[in-house]
Write a new protein. Sequence first.
Length: 56
Amino acid sequence: MINMKKLFLIAILALTTVSCELLDSNSWDRAHQKAAERGRKCYETSSGYYYCENTK
């Protein structure tokens, strides 16, 4: 039972860490800036797929 509690707490900690990183707008801004510097433009199709093109 104790092992199950530890596993559950570790899972909650991991999910919290990941979700905070996904919601951080500064990280997304840096990612978009780096992609623009490399000359990469990404698009989403109507079916939900993403594809990227090199523009440089």
